[in-house]
Write a protein that binds this ligand. Sequence first.
Ligand code: BJW
Ligand code: ZN
Length: 263
Amino acid sequence: MERLVELAKNPDRVVVLTGAGISAESGIPTFRGKDGLWNRYNPTELATFEAFERDPLLVWQWYLWRMHLIANASPNPGHYALARMERLYPSFLLVTQNVDGLHREAGSKNIVELHGNIFEGKCRYCGKHYSEREFAELFPFADKSFLRSVTEQELKERVFPELRRNLPVCKRCGELVGPGVVWFGEELPPAALESALRASSAAELFFSVGTSAVVQPAASLPLVAKRSGAILVEVNPEETPLSARCDFVFRESAASFLPRFVE
Ligand code: BJW
Ligand code: ZN
């Protein structure tokens, strides 16, 4: 840690890539690994357009269940440390694969959400995007305040049975609207990906925090940075395919490492 802190004093351009691991300590399950199941379901099977076409009710129940969990969660010391880190460097970009919005809630400003935001809406048929406010109007069950006002049991017993008749319908094309996230096989928001690539290739110091580093194209960002000469740091209790390429590896949780680093 001392050697990293010494090296990290001078860089002007820093990029941090985060994944589900940073929100694990806020009580939000990760996707892969031993705790990587969301309410019995394998995320890689439900986070697709094919699953939505086949069974939109099941996919929406799964997303509402997750939205309920997220709406009732709070940022943890790892999120807050990254918000502080933003103020330490002249140029700092936080690139997240997370859809939970907890970085913004913790006070981070310069954020790129590569995989979208779970409280927004996206029509897979005509492409119309709904902001969080617009989507809560179209689909009141997705409203954060509503989700905070019900228990998980009420969600399952009261909301789920009503869902079939109340799924969100697109104002533009009349098809069903899905959550504002990027599913497998879908293109990432082009402007977000472009900013992330640009910042990564200019970074002097790059942190990969709480990600299994297997989902593309996000997993390529640390390698882009490394190729351009950045110092690469991984923070993850488990080994990943990226570990061997890193200059520093901290096998610990984000909420324990990051606050010590920005101290
Ligand atoms: C802790 C911790 C603690 C635990 N502290 N750490 C090239 C090669 C091969 C495949 C592909 C390729 N290019 C594209 C693909 C296909 C696919 C892909 O990558 N598949 C791989 C799985 C093989 N990629 C795509 O389909 C992407 N689209 C695309 O490329 O489109 C191309 C295109 C172009 C033009 C037109 C059309 C198409 C899209 C990927 C979208 C990913 N979506 C998801 C779901 C989001 C919605 C939702 O939330 O429901 O995003 S999948 C899921 O994985 C989610 C995550 O953001 C993403 C990454 O997961 P993450 O964050 O790394 O979490 P985990 O669980 O994997 O890891 C957690 C880690 O934390 C672990 O390592 C733990 O050890 C650690 N940890 N506690 C610190 N306290
Ligand atoms: Zn539409």
